[in-house]
Design a protein around this ligand. Structure first.
Ligand SMILES: Cc1cc2nc3c(=O)[nH]c(=O)nc-3n(C[C@H](O)[C@H](O)[C@H](O)COP(=O)(O)O)c2cc1C
Length: 223
């Protein structure tokens, strides 16, 4: 697939068909994704790919903790959006769009909770790719490199007709990943990418997010 077409085709998929994704397909994606650049070619990324029953079990345990209102403990620097900022507004706009597509009313706590829980269950994807980095690395350092490999994974998946959703929600309870699936203690678990065949009938998959055009956010100098 042509690169520009892939950039436009990739979008977050939050509803999947139950069909499994062949291991060979994900292997191929990772083989090409690791061509991503990294500072001094340090390649700080490592992957754990979880599928099937084990992913299901992780999702259930995530949801248990979410319902118990256990404080999330992500292993990347925690980010927040200043109140009244354009960043917070964009987050609200996205939530409104997704809720509208899913028919979730603002004050329908039950449906809102169910939607939130779906995210903690990897949106029902048959597999998820977790990206980890060695704890000996600085907290923030590898994140830029990992962003590059993460985007490569999503674009390569799109080329194969697979859907992905990058998910902070999927790594909010790292201890679940360690307890249920034996993720190593000496790695930071930085991000999850749900991956699977998109369900064309799932309403939220129709989401089309917009972007601020570069002329509004670019300063040109010396031209
Ligand atoms: C670092 C990162 C974390 C994200 N975490 C979540 C998440 O936890 N749940 C979710 O539904 N989407 C998550 N997303 C997806 C974003 O909401 C999505 O990329 C954004 O709205 C742009 O939409 P698009 O991916 O469809 O182009 C995340 C994306 C990134 C880059």
């Amino acid at each position: 697939m042509e690169l520009v077409a892939a950039l436009h085709k990739r979008k977050s998929i939050r509803g999947y068909l139950p069909d499994p994704v062949e291991k060979a397909l994900i292997e191929d994606i990772l083989k090409n994704a690791v061509r991503a650049p990294s500072a001094n070619n340090t390649q700080p990324w490592e992957f754990i790919v979880v599928a099937g029953q084990m992913l299901e079990q992780i999702g259930q345990e995530n949801v248990k903790r979410l319902r118990a209102m256990e404080m999330p403990a992500p292993e990347h620097p925690w980010f927040g959006w200043p109140k009244d900022s354009v960043f917070r507004q964009r987050q609200v706009d996205l939530a409104k769009e997704l809720f509208s597509l899913m028919g979730i009313e603002r004050d329908d706590k039950q449906k809102r909770d169910a939607w939130m829980e779906l995210g903690f269950r990897y949106f029902g994807a048959p597999a998820a790719i977790f990206i980890l980095a060695d704890k000996s690395l600085s907290d923030a350092g590898p994140l830029i490199d990992i962003g590059a490999v993460m985007q490569n994974i999503c674009l390569l998946a799109a080329e194969k007709g697979l859907g992905t959703c990058i998910e902070d929600q999927g790594v909010m309870y790292p201890q679940v990943l360690r307890q249920v699936a034996g993720f190593p203690q000496d790695k930071n678990i930085l991000i999850a990418i749900a991956i699977g065949w998109p369900d064309p009938a799932f309403p939220a998959n129709a989401v089309e997010t917009d972007r601020v055009q570069p002329n509004k956010i670019t300063t040109w100098m010396g031209f």
